[in-house]
Ligand binder design. Structure first.
Ligand code: GLV
Length: 326
């Protein structure tokens, strides 16, 4: 009997390809070729499932060209590469990989916060460049993390993980802004207090962005918002590029409007705004917040299990548009 045909759009753990092969006729991209949209579309034709990684745009035009497609399984918790309304209208199931990456991503958010506040990479570059010839009292003096005010914009599972680290591990005062208030028990667990966005910008010593990207959150942090922050504040973005106006941020960093920033995501990545590359007070990492081997493996397995769950057993694990199943 013919197995259903699926496409794995990017290279992934070989054991995950093997697992998928047990159920599907798999076309993969283990060679990590960069496919144009036309190439992706041509390969998706005739497939019932797609394993995507967050970089492949799935929209109405693509769905129209691939009428046999029934599911796209993202190996990411974010799904702004999906036009969810168009997928639902076309009765194509969308799935993502929540939960399995929460703690790992929160660890990284905290690592980036620490590195930014304490100028870890800036001082390492200085040392590697052979510029360290003497100690001085103010050399790479940064800002304290312990006991300071941690602001979190977007208080989902990862935001809560960062809040707990800050409150319980570092004695930070935690304030957050979100579309909705957390339930009181969850607020107590995170030791977090709801604040308006303005209060968050004004009061945070360290502001961490963990909100999803959408038309509403596009440039949620731009020149006007940066102007409201403390000149000693740091900004960390582990959410999505496009939430921060990178050009405005580079200008604010250069002018010391804020002290420093830590960025794991960028507008138009993997391209990085050239101005960010020339300011010293920013820590830059290539979208690696969930990148530990166990977590990336768990994410890949969950995406694969969504394909198997839906196409073989009719039961996906983490659907984003379950109305398609009705
Ligand atoms: C990574 O950015 C993800 O959305 O999982």
């Amino acid at each position: 009997m013919n197995k259903p045909a699926i496409l794995v759009a990017r290279a992934v753990f070989p054991e995950v390809i093997e697992k998928l092969r047990k159920h599907f006729d798999v076309e993969h991209n283990q060679a990590e070729e960069t496919w144009s949209r036309e190439q992706l579309l041509a390969r998706l034709k005739g497939k019932v499932g797609a394993f995507t990684t967050g970089g492949e745009r799935i929209d109405a035009d693509l769905l129209k060209a691939c009428p046999g497609l029934r599911i796209c399984a993202n190996m990411a918790v974010g799904f702004n590469n999906f036009d969810l309304a168009a997928m639902t209208a076309a009765k194509v199931l969308a799935t993502n990989t929540p939960d399995v990456l929460t703690e790992t991503t929160a660890d990284f958010g905290f690592a980036l916060l620490m590195a930014t506040a304490r100028r870890v990479t800036e001082s390492e570059h200085f040392l590697r460049a052979g510029k360290w010839d003497k100690w001085s009292y103010d050399m790479f003096a940064g800002s304290d993390v312990h006991g300071s005010t941690l602001g979190i914009l977007g208080m989902g599972r990862i935001g809560q993980g960062i809040a707990k680290r800050g409150a319980h591990g570092f004695g930070m005062k935690v304030i957050y802004h979100n579309r909705s208030h957390l339930a009181p028990a969850l607020e107590a667990e995170c030791k977090a207090t709801y604040a308006s966005k303005e209060q968050l910008l004004r009061e945070a010593d360290h502001l961490v962005l963990v909100l999803p990207y959408s038309a509403q959150s596009h440039h949620a942090i731009g020149a006007a918002e940066l102007a409201q922050m403390k000149p000693t504040a740091t900004l960390v973005n582990i959410a999505r590029g496009g939430i921060v106006d990178d050009a405005a941020l580079a200008k604010a960093l250069r002018e010391k409007r804020i002290a420093a920033a830590g960025l794991d995501v960028f507008e138009g990545e993997p391209k990085v705004h050239p101005d960010l590359l020339t300011v010293p007070n920013v820590v830059l990492t290539p979208h690696i917040a969930s990148a530990t081997v166990p977590t990336r493996l768990a994410m890949a397995n969950l995406a694969a299990d969504n394909l198997i769950g839906f196409l073989v057993h009719g039961k996906p694990l983490t659907p984003l548009n379950p109305e398609v199943l009705a």
